[in-house]
Design a binder for this molecule. Structure first.
Ligand SMILES: Cc1cc2nc3c(=O)[nH]c(=O)nc-3n(C[C@H](O)[C@H](O)[C@H](O)COP(=O)(O)OP(=O)(O)OC[C@H]3O[C@@H](n4cnc5c(N)ncnc54)[C@H](O)[C@@H]3O)c2cc1C
Length: 382
């Protein structure tokens, strides 16, 4: 293993959580930090709305002013038909932090990586973690594929942060397993709005519960909106929601989403249907001090929330900050820092699970629906 490039901390995954962790470490004076990102920040990414409170996290990361200068679209809150046929409104009018944002995710993630670079972090794009090779007292050897041709490359890490998203690539390779609360499948289509004036009418995210799950409509950059249905894997398959015909048939049953699109003169972007998994889980363990060297997981790699919460990016940034504090303290010899971090992730997941059960329990309109019964709504609890 001699002669390999060695980094004190290697962050696998350069999404919001990984970049926040790397930036947080650099701000705490930790040197020799490398981010290994499989993509190149060119592809569209799912997940865009962030709450007003995210402002405080940007401030702690030292990037608030720069973020505000990026001019992401404001998000003024949400309206939802949930537990009732009519729309209820939950806007940010009285939030002391002001509005939230509908992020241009591709631009945001690339911007976060650039901020980490500015702070002294090395960021490799098109570099994919593929395997954990041998480990000794100098660290763990990681097998990567780098560049368009996927050239095999090996590096050594003194500490690993797994920020690879919901597949937790490194942690699961080390034997960690998700404790899963639910599995949803989300099928998203995209629409274009006729002009900027009409786009301004889409500053509230819209949620609509239906018998087989729930829909959301959220604004995207460049006069686009994302329209998505979340349901169980079985219902997704039975209703053929991965096909335009099945998806449009389901959309036609909505009471609010379709009329909103029609009223705005929105036109579908053809061939745009994308399907993704949306599990709810917490990883066991989130930190492994028994393996050498130690690793921890952040963001969706550590715990994944239902997209109904709109908390994924906030959680990723918050984990990034907390993990940076924990890893910096651990490297200075603090024996408790990593377990404090892990406890924080578990406590937050417990709170999330309670809130989620309450939220799904509010929907009582479809007592025969397996989707709602399985999630605590309808007539029976899970
Ligand atoms: C349908 C849907 C809608 C959502 N809507 C919202 C929303 O409105 N608001 C919100 O806050 N959240 C939302 N989310 C959740 C949000 O997208 C995630 O929580 C957030 O992206 C998590 O950030 P992360 O950095 O942990 O992971 P990710 O954003 O998934 O980043 C992981 C990174 O790791 C990289 N990677 C993966 N494997 C490897 C590897 N082997 N080697 C190197 N790099 C690797 C990936 O390329 C990626 O860049 C939604 C999720 C879904 C499914």
């Amino acid at each position: 293993m001699s002669g390999l490039p060695r980094y004190d901390v290697v962050v696998l995954g350069g999404g919001p959580a990984g970049c926040a962790a790397a930036l947080g470490l650099a701000r705490r004076g930790v040197e020799g930090v490398l981010v290994v990102e499989a993509g190149g920040y060119e592809d569209e990414r799912i997940g865009e709305s962030i709450p007003p409170d995210t402002r405080a996290l940007f401030d702690q990361l030292g990037v608030l002013e720069g973020f505000l200068g990026e001019d992401h679209e404001p998000c003024l809150g949400s309206c939802s038909s949930w537990g009732a046929d009519e729309l209820g409104y939950n806007d940010f009018l009285f939030n002391p932090n002001g509005n939230g944002w509908h992020l241009d995710r591709r631009r945001f993630d690339a911007w976060m990586a650039a901020r980490a670079r500015d702070a002294g972090v090395e960021v490799w794009t098109r570099a994919k973690f593929v395997d954990r090779l041998g480990a000794d007292e100098r660290g763990v050897e990681l097998g990567l594929q780098v560049g368009d041709q996927g050239a095999p490359t090996r590096i050594r890490a003194g500490f690993v942060i797994d920020a690879t998203g919901q597949r937790s690539r490194y942690a699961r390779r080390c034997g960690a397993q998700p404790r899963t609360l639910d599995r949803l499948v989300v099928s998203s289509g995209f629409f274009e709005l006729p002009d900027a004036e009409i786009s301004r009418l889409f500053r509230l995210t819209m949620l609509e519960a239906v018998e087989e799950g729930w829909w959301y409509l959220a604004r995207l950059p460049r006069r686009r909106v994302a329209v998505a249905i979340a349901t169980s894997p079985a219902l997704h398959k039975a209703s053929r929601l991965d096909r335009a015909q099945g998806w449009l048939a389901a959309l036609a049953t909505t009471r609010h989403i379709l009329p909103k699109l029609l009223e705005a003169g929105a036109s579908p972007v053809t061939g745009s249907l994308t399907v993704c998994a949306a599990p709810s889980f917490v990883l066991e363990p989130v930190v492994d001090t028994s393996s050498s060297p130690t690793w921890l997981a952040v963001g969706d790699a550590a715990s994944c929330f239902d997209p109904i919460s709109s908390q994924g990016i906030y959680k990723g940034l918050s984990d990034g900050l907390a993990s940076a504090q924990a890893v910096a303290a651990h490297l200075r010899g603090d024996a408790e820092a990593l377990s404090t971090y892990a406890r924080g992730v578990h406590e937050r997941f417990t709170g999330y699970a309670q809130q989620r059960a309450y939220f799904y329990g509010v929907e009582q309109r479809w007592t025969d629906s397996t989707f709602w019964r399985e999630r605590g709504g309808g007539s029976e609890r899970m």
